[in-house]
Design a protein around this ligand. Structure first.
Ligand code: DOR
Length: 446
């Protein structure tokens, strides 16, 4: 394990309230000190971070690593390498694998694979119900014992009210959150994009925003009834944010996350223009991008505005990627048939930086929502640069412009609606436990 001296970077560590230009010394994989000027040392690699940001490594509470069972979409090896390229040092894997992670055996498998083949920390999420089909609770205490950080049937909304009530009651005993994918199936079924003018124009069945909001309201009600902690995954509607805002005021145990794509893209991204267009994009010959098909769907500008406001006022606790890689066969087909999901790890920072460059979000809040806030949710000593903490660090160039080229992705999933768009802001280095696991210079000619 090498020693590192990171010189002259702008160090941002929300937990310690640090935002200043300084040097950071890492000794034997652990943060040693942050000072204005640290002399170069023997046996210590020097990293020049002048003009760059030095942040705790990002933490992602929601991703799909697909192993076991769907290794053609992603593996723990490729998924963790893609995450490292995106600046992440801790990621939480959703249980919708095959078999579903509803037993200790599958959790043990994921943890062992991550230790053997992963390049960063992988924390598993266990299923709420057996097979994630919503009929019968999984052995939640066995899963808690195996090391899950929460429970979710993500991909499938947990529809049965009484099972959700029971799950929240158990979660309260186990002091672990229930993470729900909120969509009322009878409203969202068959809907592949947001219900609105674009779904009408393309003749596709839409998914109304009320399908999310109604289930979020039910979950908040049941969290109040049981005292359990409900976490709303990938919030996409203004209505959901308002419900969470009001519930938090009442002291109900509700938390909520938002993805980079729901924050930065709206429904017009399905028209195949790279997603950065206005609400009133003109239909062109390439007006159809299955890579923008995601659940919940990309919504309207009013929704993205509400999501940004939710991040600023704390109604939304943190940003999570919902990295959902799929193979080309599953995406390169008709819109109705295409799988839901976007490959996000490698574009997350670049797309989120657009919010900083536009003045919608400060760099400090962006870093907080990707480091200290998710660490707080995990109740773990991660996401900070305190002396004695494991040296998980990301170095960022906020000004560097680069063109997304999905063919150069490390992830097996090249399903991004951002292909060929230019993003401003890039991960330069990712350091995990004091070891450099990603260096942009090594990929300069990819
Ligand atoms: O778009 C999505 N894809 N949303 C989810 O909730 C699940 C995910 C997947 O597993 O592909």
């Amino acid at each position: 394990m090498s020693n590192l001296l990171i010189k002259s970077g702008r160090i941002i560590d929300p937990i310690q309230g640090i935002d200043k230009t300084a040097d950071l010394l890492v000794k034997e994989g652990v943060i040693d000190s942050i000072k204005e000027n640290i002399d170069t040392q023997e046996d210590t690699e020097l990293i020049d971070a002048q003009g760059k940001i030095v942040s705790p490594g990002f933490i992602d509470l929601h991703c799909h690593l697909r192993e076991p069972g769907y290794e053609h979409k992603e593996t723990i090896a490729t998924g963790t390498a893609a995450a490292a390229k995106g600046g992440f040092t801790t990621i939480c894997a959703m249980p919708n694998t095959n078999p579903v992670a509803d037993s200790q055996a599958v959790i043990d498998f994921v943890l062992k694979k991550a230790r053997d083949e992963g390049v960063i920390r992988v924390l598993p999420i266990g299923a709420i119900t057996k097979g994630s089909i919503g009929k019968e609770l999984a052995e939640m205490s066995e899963l808690a014992h195996a090391g899950v950080i929460g429970f979710s049937d993500d991909g499938n909304p947990l529809e049965d009210d009484n099972i959700m009530r029971q799950a929240l009651s158990y979660s309260s005993l186990l002091t672990l959150p229930i993470i729900n994918h909120c969509e009322v199936p009878s409203l969202s079924i068959g809907g592949s994009i947001n219900e609105g003018w674009i779904s009408n124009r393309l003749g596709l069945k839409g998914n109304p925003s009320s399908s999310e909001t109604i289930m979020a309201a039910r979950d908040i009600e049941l969290a109040q009834l049981t005292g359990g902690q409900i976490h709303i995954a990938h919030a996409s509607t203004s209505g959901t944010i308002e419900l969470v805002r009001q519930a938090k005021k009442k002291g109900i145990r509700v938390t909520c996350e938002v993805t980079p794509h729901h924050l930065t893209l709206n429904q017009s991204a399905v028209l195949g223009n790279g997603g950065m267009s206005s609400e009133h994009a003109v239909l062109g010959p390439d007006s159809y991008d299955q890579n923008a098909k995601v659940a919940p769907p990309l919504r309207t500008k009013e929704d993205t505005d509400a999501l940004k406001e939710g991040l600023r006022d704390g109604s939304i606790d943190f940003i999570a990627t919902d990295h959902a890689p799929h193979s080309q066969v599953e995406k390169f087909c008709s819109f109705q048939e295409a799988a839901f999901g976007i490959s996000v790890f490698e574009t997350a920072l670049g797309s989120l930086m657009s919010l900083v460059h536009s003045g919608d979000l400060s760099m400090a809040v962006l870093i907080e929502k990707m480091t200290s806030a998710p660490a707080g949710f995990l109740n773990a000593n991660l996401g900070n640069l305190k002396p004695g903490t494991t040296a998980d660090i990301v170095i960022i160039d906020t000004e560097s412009e680069w063109k997304v080229d999905s063919s150069a992705f490390v992830s097996k999933g090249i399903n991004t609606p951002l292909n060929n768009t230019v993003l401003k802001g890039q991960v330069i280095k990712t350091i995990f436990g004091g070891k450099t696991i990603y260096d942009a210079m090594d990929h300069a000619h990819d």
